[in-house]
Design a protein around this ligand. Structure first.
Ligand SMILES: [Cu+2]
Length: 163
C-alpha cells in the first residue's frame, strides 16, 4: 500500500499550497458597503419618557403627512378630545388595548369596544374621511396610546395623557 501513502502526501501538499494562495488573495475587497440606507427612523419606539413635549390641547389634526398633530397631548380628566381630518386621506383613531390605563374605557373611531373589532371593521367602519371628525371624552387619568390602522406602519401613532 505504499502507493496509497504517496498519493496522500501529494494531496496534502496541494492543500497547503491552496491555503497559502487563498490567504494571499484575500484583503482585496475594495468597493462595497457604503450604503447609507440605515438610520432615517426618527420617531422610533419612544416610551413617552423624557424629552418629549406634551401639548395642552384637546384638538388633534390628522394630516396627509400621515401624522397625528400634535402627536402628544395632555388634557384634564373629563375633557372631550376631537380629532379632525384636515387632509384628503382617510385615517382611524384606534386605541392600543394594552396601552391604556387600567379601568379606562376603550376608544376607537367607529365606536368599537376592542382593538380587534376595530381592525376587523376597518375601513367599512371607523374610517374618518376628509373633513371628518371623531370625539372621545377621557374620564380615567393616565396615558393612552393609539394609532391609525392604515398608517401604523408609517409611524402614525399618538398619545393622550389625562391628568
Ligand atoms: Cu392614517
Amino acid at each position: 500500500m505504499s502507493q496509497d501513502t504517496t498519493r496522500r502526501r501529494y494531496l496534502v501538499a496541494l492543500a497547503s499550497t491552496g491555503v497559502g494562495l487563498g490567504l494571499a488573495g484575500c484583503g482585496s475587497g475594495g468597493a462595497s458597503t457604503d450604503s447609507p440606507t440605515e438610520s432615517p427612523t426618527e420617531s422610533g419606539g419612544s416610551d413617552g419618557g423624557s424629552g418629549e413635549s406634551w401639548e395642552g390641547t384637546s384638538t388633534v389634526e390628522m394630516t396627509d403627512d400621515l401624522t397625528f398633530a400634535p402627536k402628544r397631548i395632555e388634557v384634564e380628566a373629563g375633557t372631550t378630545v376631537t380629532w379632525e381630518n384636515v387632509g384628503t386621506i382617510g385615517h382611524s383613531i384606534t386605541a392600543y388595548e394594552e396601552n391604556i390605563p387600567d379601568g379606562a374605557e376603550y376608544f376607537a373611531s367607529g365606536g368599537f369596544d376592542s382593538q380587534q373589532a376595530a381592525a376587523d371593521g376597518y375601513p367599512d367602519e371607523g374610517n374618518v374621511t376628509e373633513g371628518g371628525t371623531y370625539e372621545h371624552t377621557f374620564e380615567t387619568t393616565g396615558e393612552y396610546e393609539y394609532y391609525c390602522i392604515p398608517h401604523e406602519m408609517n409611524g402614525m401613532v399618538g398619545y393622550v395623557r389625562v391628568v
